[in-house]
Write a protein that binds this ligand. Structure first.
Ligand SMILES: Cc1cc2nc3c(=O)[nH]c(=O)nc-3n(C[C@H](O)[C@H](O)[C@H](O)COP(=O)(O)OP(=O)(O)OC[C@H]3O[C@@H](n4cnc5c(N)ncnc54)[C@H](O)[C@@H]3O)c2cc1C
Length: 457
């Protein structure tokens, strides 16, 4: 008799895991606590809600996010297929209409007879239940009761740190006379709106930003003293709030999220001094995300300061930037390469909670968890994704990272196996090296995939 699979979390990793396991003929119970109980960031009770940006990152060939997605497409990731089907124009990135994406995922779950949905909060984990494989995919905002249960089970503290989300503006309130459409270095289509700054405008903006009032940390955002000792309080670098970046130096923003390089303003024929980029949020193009403008200023302050951006003087903000909690386990000490808790192999961890960072990475992790759980439920030994692949590298990172400095990770080439020394010496061009890394990753991935699928038949 095959074991049942219990998936906790109807965000990104959970539905992907459930759909993958169901494909192998496994019976799956999928638990989602919304709408009974929500999180600080979710706004709907939909499956696969994207809580912030609508981007699943680069589609440029031979980049690391592209490679991850290519592997997922080859493996039949259901959520990625639905993301492709809900895509909106975003230059060389994959961005989706978030409502359409969630609707499609819900449809796929409803159409799968092997999945039973339970709309309830899970508060306990039974490590001794030998009849069930549990996939915990309750995300960075895992409910406190379940987080406490996980802490009890793993015996180690998992920690909260700060992350923040970007504001969204109403497209109809952008002054199109001041802004311009362009793709950086003319790469891809010109889908981004660019708000150009002169030096004087930039200086005024920076002065206002650095003294604007921030939201005080609430109690739930505080890291327990014992955790601070283990790992000092920090922001995840990829999601640093702009006011924090601004404080690091007067030019730091201009070389970061406000970088003007490659964005020629057709009105002047030159690059502006600095730029804020706006990315389309949905298919109707009626709202735009301020790219890289996550912050935790008070809402009134955000309105005042962000309206100093040329073109946004009269902008209506549909959502303001916000601060949020991020919960994840210490994967290097707790997790195997097949995403099972070392001490309780019947319990698996997937998605952001496992220490990967990002929408695509969370879906990828859910996909692997679903494949591994199906093998375990059917009495087979799951084979971890190959180290050469992007998926395998991401899991390898979270399970082998230096324990003291462990931080969640996006997929990057740094995580992939480097080329052999002799090849590295021969090939100086970084792009060519990346192309070769991608090529060999896909060969290894296809081999592993063929074996995994054959074993499940
Ligand atoms: C505010 C915020 C903004 C982010 N912005 C971005 C971004 O712009 N781009 C990006 O790539 N990544 C972003 N991330 C990181 C990450 O990619 C997302 O959090 C992603 O949704 C993680 O997927 P997941 O499936 O692991 O978790 P989630 O998508 O959060 O899914 C977990 C689900 O579990 C449910 N749940 C929690 N506890 C329980 C329980 N006890 N019982 C039952 N259900 C439970 C939750 O309601 C939720 O639906 C952001 C994260 C946060 C918190």
């Amino acid at each position: 008799m095959a074991k049942r699979i219990r998936v906790i979390g109807g965000g990104l990793a959970g539905p992907e895991a459930a759909l993958q396991a169901a494909k192998f003929g496994c019976s799956v119970d999928l638990y989602e606590m919304r709408p009974t109980r929500s999180t600080e960031a979710h706004q709907t009770s939909d499956f696969a809600e994207l809580v912030c940006s609508n981007s699943l990152k680069s589609e440029s060939e031979n980049t690391a996010p592209w490679l991850l997605k290519q592997e997922m497409r080859r493996a039949g990731s259901v959520l990625l297929a639905e993301a492709d089907a809900s895509a909106v124009p975003a230059g060389h990135a994959l961005a989706v209409d978030r409502v359409e994406f969630s609707r499609r995922v819900a449809e796929r779950i409803a159409a799968e007879p092997m999945i039973t949905v339970h709309r309830e909060e899970v508060t306990s984990l039974d490590a001794d239940d030998s009849e069930t494989i549990t996939i915990l995919a309750s995300g960075p905002l895992t409910s406190p009761a379940l987080a406490a249960e996980l802490q009890r089970l793993t015996g180690s503290g998992h920690l909260a740190f700060y992350d923040s989300i970007s504001p969204i503006v109403d497209a109809g309130t952008i002054d199109m006379e001041k802004v311009y459409m362009a793709a950086r270095w003319d790469k891809g289509t010109a889908d981004y709106i660019n708000c150009p700054f002169t030096k004087e405008e930039y200086d005024r903006f920076l002065d206002a930003l650095t003294v604007a009032e921030t939201v005080p940390a609430k109690e739930w955002e505080q890291i327990p003293a014992a955790e601070v000792e283990k790992q000092p309080l920090h922001y995840f670098e990829g999601c640093l709030p702009i006011e924090e970046t601004a404080r690091r130096g007067r030019d730091t923003l201009r070389f970061g999220p406000m970088k003007p390089a490659g964005l020629t303003n057709p009105r002047t024929g030159r690059w502006p001094y600095a730029v804020v980029q706006l990315r389309q949020e949905n298919l109707r193009a009626d709202s735009y995300n301020l790219v890289g403008f996550q912050n935790h200023l008070k809402f009134g302050e955000q309105q005042r300061v962000l309206r100093m951006i040329p073109g946004l003087e009269n902008a209506t903000f549909l959502r303001y930037g916000q601060i949020h909690r991020n919960t994840y386990i210490h994967a290097p000490s707790l997790l195997t390469e097949t995403l099972q808790l070392r001490a309780h192999p019947g319990i698996m961890i997937a998605g952001q909670l496992s220490g990967v960072e990002g929408y695509t990475e969370s879906i990828a992790s859910g996909m692997l968890a679903g494949l591994y759980a199906a093998a375990l439920a059917q009495g087979r030994t799951p084979q971890p994704a190959p180290r050469l692949s992007a998926n395998g590298s991401l899991t390898h990172y979270i399970t082998h990272a230096e324990a003291k400095r462990f931080q969640p990770a996006n997929i990057t080439f740094d995580l992939l196996l480097p080329l052999e020394e002799s090849l590295r010496k021969k090939i100086r061009d970084k792009k060519e090296r990346h192309r070769i890394q991608c090529e060999r990753a896909l060969v290894a991935w296809d081999e592993w995939l063929a074996q995994t699928l054959a074993a499940g038949q």
